[in-house]
Design a protein around this ligand. Structure first.
Ligand SMILES: *[C@@H]1O[C@H](CO)[C@@H](O)[C@H](O)[C@H]1NC(C)=O
Ligand SMILES: *[C@@H]1O[C@H](CO)[C@@H](O)[C@H](O)[C@H]1NC(C)=O
Ligand SMILES: *[C@@H]1O[C@H](CO)[C@@H](O)[C@H](O)[C@H]1NC(C)=O
Length: 483
């Protein structure tokens, strides 16, 4: 019923409004209806066991670029979609590893010769969107002298603070998104499953972030509402210089080879799209720069920020960039994602890119399965270019491109009566995707076990993932052929 309503609304509302209002956009309107009608988001997670992910049958049938863009913005924190922590009652949760994308951020690029969107990155609890813990978060972050931050993380601010956001800076929306994530994970893992004891120690956490302020701040926001008022002396954030978290295993020529092939595919797919080319030409005219320069400024990144913050698209004396421009570029992005899956170059890149991180994930699970009580909760604060290949390499082809504050969770479970049996659950933005992974896709049908055995995941990471690359190990797959 709600979803039906949504379709009707999303079908005519954005279009009619956009036509009337020109450059004003209302990304949040349609989604508001859903969230509002289902009640307060806090009520919904633990109790509601029904599948509440959008049903493919009732979602907008054709690609709707505005609907997709509003999901990407994630501005409402639709926390209703949460299946984390659900397992048969005889199972016990042993550990949780979380990989997040940073929250909403200011663009990384500016559209030449236009005014940048006026967005305030100073945290202001009375401004929307806000969160009950925002005030306390700010004061706790200001007292963090005793927290240990590796390398360059130490020099980064712990919360955003510029009244005119800097390029790439986390916004208040981004902080709130991760305060919500942390709250949700706290309700499930700490309150319900008692994953960590009250007097948890530094060794029970594993924290890692790339060297950008937006990832560190996102990680801190999640951690703050996960473990409110945490003791800074127990916090040690490791710095990861690689966006794919390859740590000591980054040398992999074949990975670069597949990435270059994928970029060639992307290029030829783009130049085939005549409508897209016309759109760039039209936008370049509005802005008054050569088309090539306009394209190189990656305008969609900036336009998404306008869209997510309901700020009018930029205008010049020649006219305005409008919603039609936006729709064409966004639609192209979605079609490009589709072709990317079909052509199978990206997945080869993805397997090589993500093996080191997945290997670490599996290793940590085995250590805990063997009784070690360390790194029970791990948090990796990362980017779209981190999450996207992980989804791809695990075969989650239906998963949407990582939105702001996306989260991918790996849970480890066991049955205390059968000491040797361990299981994994994998969740993407709260949806249980365990049985959509290539390694557990057939498991549910073929066995009576309700969960996916850890050994299946491990076998995938250690061997299976290289079969499509005609190799049996990471090293071989990386160095197989001269490029
Ligand atoms: C977006 O901006 C328009 C015009 O400023 C305003 O009328 C509308 O209420 C805003 N929508 C949301 C969801 O904030
Ligand atoms: C994978 O994990 C094993 C430990 O089980 C380690 O010896 C190996 O170096 C790791 N390989 C990579 C590529 O991360
Ligand atoms: C693996 O081998 C098959 C058959 O020899 C070949 O067709 C395929 O292209 C190879 N794949 C890769 C990634 O090298």
């Amino acid at each position: 019923m709600l979803l039906v309503l949504f379709i009707i609304v999303s079908r005519w509302l954005p279009v009619s409004m956009q036509l009337k209002t020109g450059t004003h956009i209302h990304p949040e309107f349609a989604v508001h209806l859903i969230a509002g009608a289902q009640g307060r988001e806090d009520d919904l997670n633990a109790k509601n066991r029904k599948r509440i992910m959008p049903n493919p049958l009732t979602e907008p049938p054709a690609i709707d670029p505005l609907y997709e863009a509003s999901l990407y913005c994630n501005t409402l924190g639709i926390t209703v979609r949460s299946m984390e922590g659900h397992a048969p009652h005889n199972m016990k949760l042993l550990s949780v590893q979380v990989l997040i994308r940073h929250g909403d951020r200011y663009p990384l690029y500016a559209i030449p010769k236009t005014k940048r969107p006026d967005i305030d990155c100073v945290l202001e609890p009375s401004r929307k969107p806000s969160h009950p813990r925002l005030t306390d978060f700010i004061s706790h972050m200001s007292r963090g002298a005793e927290g240990q931050m590796d390398g360059i993380l130490n020099g980064l601010p712990r919360f955003p603070s510029h009244s005119f956001c800097e390029m790439g800076e986390l916004t208040q929306t981004g902080v709130v998104q991760h305060l919500r994530n942390g709250q949700l994970l706290r309700d499930i893992y700490i309150k319900k499953h008692k994953l960590l004891p009250k007097d948890w120690t530094a060794k029970q956490l594993y924290l890692e972030s790339t060297g950008k302020s937006r990832t560190l701040q996102s990680g801190l926001a999640l951690l703050y509402s996960f473990l409110p008022e945490f003791d800074w002396r127990k916090i040690n954030f490791k710095h990861q210089w690689s966006t794919i978290f390859c740590s000591g295993h980054c040398d992999c020529p074949m990975r670069n080879h597949f990435l270059e092939e994928e970029q060639r595919r992307q290029y030829s797919f783009r130049v085939k799209n005549i409508n897209l080319e016309k759109t760039y030409i039209s936008m370049a005219k509005v802005v008054g720069v050569p088309t090539r320069q306009l394209r190189a400024s990656n305008p969609i990144d900036s336009l998404l920020c306008h869209f997510c913050h309901n700020v009018s698209f930029p205008c010049t004396k020649n006219g305005c960039i409008d919603i039609e421009h936006f729709k064409v570029i966004k639609s192209h992005q979605i079609e490009d994602e589709k072709e990317r899956h079909e052509k199978q170059l990206y997945v080869k890149y993805a397997k090589l890119a993500t093996h080191p991180l997945l290997n670490q994930t599996v290793n940590r699970m085995y250590r805990i399965a063997q009784g070690k009580k360390e790194e029970i909760f791990a948090l990796y604060s990362a980017h779209d270019v981190t999450l996207s290949p992980v989804l791809s390499s695990m075969g989650l082809t239906e998963a949407r491109f990582p939105r702001f504050a996306a989260r991918l969770v790996f849970e480890l479970w066991h049955n205390p009566e059968k000491k040797k049996e361990h299981y994994v659950r994998i969740l993407y933005n709260g949806e249980d995707v365990t049985f959509q992974t290539s390694f557990c896709r057939d498991h549910e049908r073929r066995s009576n076990q309700p969960l996916c055995p850890l050994d299946k995941f491990a076998n995938f990471v250690q061997k299976e993932m290289f079969l499509a690359l005609n190799s049996t190990s990471y090293y071989d797959a990386c160095h197989q052929r001269s490029v």
